[in-house]
Design a protein around this ligand. Sequence first.
Ligand SMILES: [Zn+2]
Ligand SMILES: [Zn+2]
Length: 339
Amino acid sequence: MTDGASAEEAGPSDPETGRKDDEADRRSDGTDRRVERRSPDETFELLANEVRVEILRALGDDPRETLGFSELHDRVDIADSGNFNYHLDRLVGAFVRKVGDGSDGDADTGESGGGRDGAGYELTRAGQQIVGAMYAGTYTTDAAVEPISAGWDCLLCSGEMVVGYADERAHFWCSACDEGAKFSFPPGTVDQFDRDELPGAFARWYHHLMTRLFHGFCGVCAGRMDGEFVRLPGGTERNPETSLLQFTCQRCGTVASSAAETLATFHPVAQGFFAEHGFDVSARHPTQMWGELDACDVEILSEEPPRMEVRFGHDGEEVRAVVEPDATVGQVERRSRQD
Ligand SMILES: [Zn+2]
Ligand SMILES: [Zn+2]
């Protein structure tokens, strides 16, 4: 993990307010690719204040809405107007964007007054994420769900699959052989579903996470993720446990992994095949579908570099997808199946 911040620094900023809104605005209309970054210290220091957190929360009530100065002031319970101005100004450029009259950062250097009435305030993307994180995790980080029957059997041993939740992670596993998969799920979202809805909700979230991963974006920081097909020692060619896809974030270093069969399952050609055979890829955990297919197997095509073919067969048809060394699907075809 390298720090590219200094190389991409866009220009001078005011160290007191952290204001770099000119650069951010130019970027948003696509005419300027410059990326500016603020140090983590600077960013988190901005949040270490109750009034600023309340301002973000008020703006986040309806993220599509732009609030005028007095409306925003009314929604934040603070008696001292000067204090309110100060904290709002600190947020502008980082978590809050000023739009409309008076939005020109150079002209607005006053403490209060000039230009305020015509200006509106809205959350930046980073601001939306802060508010989203408050909803996703606050007060509920100890959420836990006792095992629920997932409604299908283990691919490996036919034992009963169950679903649970602990330590901010959803868990699908086999009650007999213990094999399964864990993945992050926002704790604040767990209690939005009834117990019998949770297996479906976890499956849809898993689909969402994997789609982002396979499209090359980090689930933690939204940075670029590059993948690699890794062969593991031991096993036989047909045992999927002998290989995995490993994705590494080029910015924060997060590593995520998946089975090659999952990548193949999410390819558009395979998704079409599954849909036309009555399987909704987004609503089930992949292993559930694989178990219901007429056939699901893999074959190693080469060891160095590693390439593998994944095959799904059902009702006289099959999809063959080749997983390449960089953890992408190369050749893929759908055809009638010869047994
Ligand atoms: Zn099992
Ligand atoms: Zn990342």
